[in-house]
Design a protein around this ligand. Structure first.
Ligand SMILES: Cc1cc2nc3c(=O)[nH]c(=O)nc-3n(C[C@H](O)[C@H](O)[C@H](O)COP(=O)(O)OP(=O)(O)OC[C@H]3O[C@@H](n4cnc5c(N)ncnc54)[C@H](O)[C@@H]3O)c2cc1C
Length: 393
């Protein structure tokens, strides 16, 4: 079968994983990224087994081992005492149950790994400084217009352009993402600057009234990443690079335990970012005959289940499978959408619910139903999903 030409708008984690998944199936891609330089900010993220299984299938297992950090457990703690309500281990049993581990990463390391893998397959497939402004689709192709007057065309267009997606806006102008009232402060701390026993090598989450803080190691344990999530009425700027004021953050968490306060205090200069959390109700459809969406462009979600990037990675695998195996672009994109819509919508809703539960600690929720840990049974529908098994290479 001859393959269609594929353009991807956006070289984030979703766009790069889609590019790699398509390349692995022998389909060449062009990627258009608005930024002039490729990279990610200094923040962390977790990838759960359902995402790692895809990256392993894309041949990245060895590269991942060089940049990951393996937390011992997830420990959910009281915001003032710091004592755990419960802990669940990321042990051998976890790996064998879900088919892969649970790892922490520096976003920049993960992004660089994906970028290198894509460029190894095709050194010239990414064009930077290319901001999509308009698209026109007919029965033969999609024409793309970029800021500055450049144009390109291809048989299929994948919008992997994030929560403020231009592709989605052009297709569904009425459906913008909304501010949730939640703000994430994201900071990076060098382990050399703090006492070696300040943070246990776990995915630590302190839950309190209308806020929570997550802290974990990244980059083989050389750096500590934290995310402090609070509820604020009046702040809506959302991008990767808004610098936050450390003193404001310290004041917000002054009644919290000493570990959280020490973390904030040791944030590296210029390494605390402020990020408004946006989301949108699930879309009923996100594809046309030649254009579709993936990742945050399709289903932006709050980060309380750590699944935004993971969903983009799953999308990428399924999308590549459909394009490679179905000899008609419209059919391929509809099949992809049908496979992804319900799962991603369920995760969007579950992530919001999780945030509500966590922020109710100190306001009625004492986590009593979780005191025995309960294992990862609640997360089995998320972590146990295996895109590679359902949509084989
Ligand atoms: C505080 C916080 C913590 C998180 N933690 C986790 C976690 O632990 N695990 C997890 O899986 N997820 C996590 N997420 C979610 C995750 O960050 C996102 O879901 C993920 O980055 C989405 O990837 P993406 O490729 O879809 O979009 P993006 O990463 O936003 O990439 C979009 C790309 O498109 C480009 N672009 C945009 N518009 C245009 C245009 N018009 N033309 C050309 N290029 C364009 C952008 O420059 C960008 O490079 C977290 C999010 C937050 C806010």
């Amino acid at each position: 079968m001859s393959f269609p030409s594929v353009s991807i708008v956006g070289a984030g984690i979703g766009g790069l994983t889609a590019a790699l998944a398509l390349q692995k199936r022998g389909i060449s891609v062009r990627i258009f990224e608005q930024a002039r330089q490729l990279g990610e900010i200094g923040a962390g993220l977790h990838l759960s087994p359902n995402g790692l299984k895809v990256l392993y299938a894309l041949g990245l297992k060895n590269a991942i081992e060089k940049i990951k950090f393996q937390p011992q457990t997830i420990a959910i703690r009281h915001y003032q005492s710091g004592e755990p309500f419960f802990e669940n281990p990321f042990d051998d049993n976890f790996r064998s149950t879900f088919g892969a581990p649970f790892y922490g990463f520096h976003r920049a390391d993960l992004h660089k790994m994906l970028l290198e893998a894509v460029q190894e397959n095709d050194a010239a497939c990414i064009e930077v400084g290319m901001r999509l402004t308009q698209l026109r689709e007919d029965d033969k192709e999609v024409k793309l217009d970029f800021e500055g007057g450049e144009t390109r065309s291809s048989s299929i267009l994948l919008g992997a352009d994030g929560v403020h997606s231009t592709v989605r806006t052009l297709r569904h102008p009425q459906l913008g993402a909304q501010y949730t009232g939640h703000v994430a402060y994201r900071g990076m701390v060098s382990v050399k600057d703090v006492a070696s026993d300040l943070i246990e090598p776990k995915m630590n989450l302190w839950a309190g009234p209308a806020a929570h803080v997550v802290a974990y190691y990244v980059r083989r344990g050389e750096l500590l990443n934290y995310v402090a999530l609070t509820e604020e009425d009046d702040w809506q700027t959302e991008n990767w690079t808004t610098q936050a004021d450390k003193a404001t953050l310290a004041a917000r968490f002054e009644n919290w335990n000493d570990t959280v306060k020490a973390l904030i205090d040791h944030t590296q200069n210029g390494q605390c970012y402020k990020w408004a959390i946006l989301m949108r109700d699930p879309l009923e459809s996100w594809s046309s005959a030649r254009t579709t969406l993936l990742g945050d462009a399709a289903h932006p979600m709050v980060p309380y289940l750590a699944q935004g990037s993971v969903m983009a990675i799953e999308d990428a695998w399924v999308l590549a499978h459909c394009i490679a195996t179905i000899n008609d672009p419209g059919n391929a994109l509809q099949t992809y959408e049908a496979a992804r819509l319900e799962r991603t919508a369920n995760i969007q809703r579950a992530a919001w619910k999780q945030g509500q539960l966590t922020h109710a600690v100190g306001r009625g929720n004492d986590m009593s139903e979780r005191r025995d840990g309960g294992g990862f049974a609640d997360s089995a529908w998320i972590y146990g999903y295996d895109a590679c098994d359902l949509f084989p290479a």
